[in-house]
Design a protein around this ligand. Structure first.
Ligand SMILES: [Zn+2]
Length: 231
């Protein structure tokens, strides 16, 4: 592998097996249906797992950008505990300009989710047409969703997500790596499942059959499904 390949690998949208391993460790459970890495730490580790709008078991999944980094999720939980969601919802109702920008974030979220679905090959998901997440477009119900969206989209798309990132600066900032000691790096990852994108890449027929057999074997243990909304 050339140095360029390594660089691309580390920062590409397509999850590597290492990314999936890290995600499972960050969450403490196997990840499923992760189709892209929505945002990465300065060091390259995942911050946000991007999930297709329809899970591989057929269930529609509106929460596209799932915040996975334990340091960030804990910091956002602190904000939530401080009552920031109520405060933001009140400002949304009182400030038409903020309301308009938040509605635009909702639209951007839906557009980005459709593009994710297209890239992942899940096609249209009419069940969740017009339904975003986190309380958008008129309320704030989950700051993790807004921060996940803001990190994936970049600054200037989700005003309240951007604001929440600014308000956790005491504990986490995008410029600084906070991965050291943030999750257990010893032993096996919690049964890292492979994403739709990588699980069959470059495998021969025998390896594919072995994987299918392993999946059949694991089915009885009913590991948790993909990410669920946190709050
Ligand atoms: Zn890092």
């Amino acid at each position: 592998m050339t140095q360029q390949d390594q660089h691309d690998d580390r920062y590409s949208r397509t999850p590597s097996e290492r990314d999936l391993d890290v995600l499972s460790r960050q969450l403490g459970r196997p990840v499923r249906d992760v189709v892209e890495i929505g945002a990465r730490c300065a060091c390259g580790n995942p911050l946000v797992a991007t999930t297709a709008p329809r899970l591989s078991n057929g269930i529609p999944f509106p929460t596209t950008y799932y915040l996975t980094h334990p340091v960030v999720t804990a910091a956002v939980s602190r904000l939530e505990a401080e009552g920031v969601m109520t405060e933001m919802s009140a400002r949304l109702a009182a400030d038409p300009d903020l309301g308009a920008r938040y509605r635009a974030a909702h639209e951007a979220y839906l557009t980005a989710r459709a593009a994710v679905g297209e890239r992942a090959g899940t096609g249209p998901v009419p069940e969740i047409d017009g339904v975003s997440a986190g309380g958008m477009p008129t309320r704030v119900k989950c700051l993790h969703v807004l921060v996940g969206h803001a990190l994936a989209a970049g600054p200037g798309v989700n005003p309240l997500g951007d604001e929440a990132i600014g308000r956790i600066a005491e504990w986490w900032t995008p410029e600084r790596c906070s991965c050291e000691g943030a999750w257990d790096t010893t032993g096996q990852a919690p049964h890292a499942d492979l994403s739709r994108h990588t699980r069959t890449q470059g495998l021969g027929p025998e390896e594919l059959e072995a994987k299918r057999a392993a999946r059949r074997g694991a089915a009885g243990h009913a590991a948790p499904a993909g990410p669920t909304e946190e709050t």
